[in-house]
Write a protein that binds this ligand. Structure first.
Ligand code: SF4
Ligand code: SF4
Length: 85
């Protein structure tokens, strides 16, 4: 768990920056407005998504919206993780 992750009481996400193509789909779909785009570039030359983990509920919508299989992991307190395989 990252330092940022403890801000949310219900859930949190982790984004693998180098698997992210900066498509904004997770940002547009997050009902908590809890993901933003980072100002720096990743290894592939995209601005990666950045988890805020302030209001995250662990709902998993960002995981299902993301076209990149290994970019997002979602954790919900007391439940199984999505994207851990
Ligand atoms: S799990 Fe849900 S609330 Fe948390 S960042 Fe993803 S879409 Fe937003
Ligand atoms: S949906 Fe996936 S690829 Fe697109 S910005 Fe979010 S983490 Fe990156």
């Amino acid at each position: 768990m990252t330092t940022e992750a403890v801000k949310s009481t219900k859930g949190w996400i982790e984004i693998s920056e180098d698997h992210c193509k900066g498509c904004f789909l997770c940002i547009e779909d997050c009902p908590q407005d809890d993901i933003e785009i980072a100002p720096h570039f990743n290894r592939m030359g995209y601005h990666p998504a950045k988890a805020l983990n302030i209001r995250c509920t662990g709902c998993g919508i960002c995981f299902y919206a993301c076209p990149e299989p290994r970019a997002i992991r979602v954790y919900k307190r007391g439940g199984p993780a999505k994207g851990d395989s």
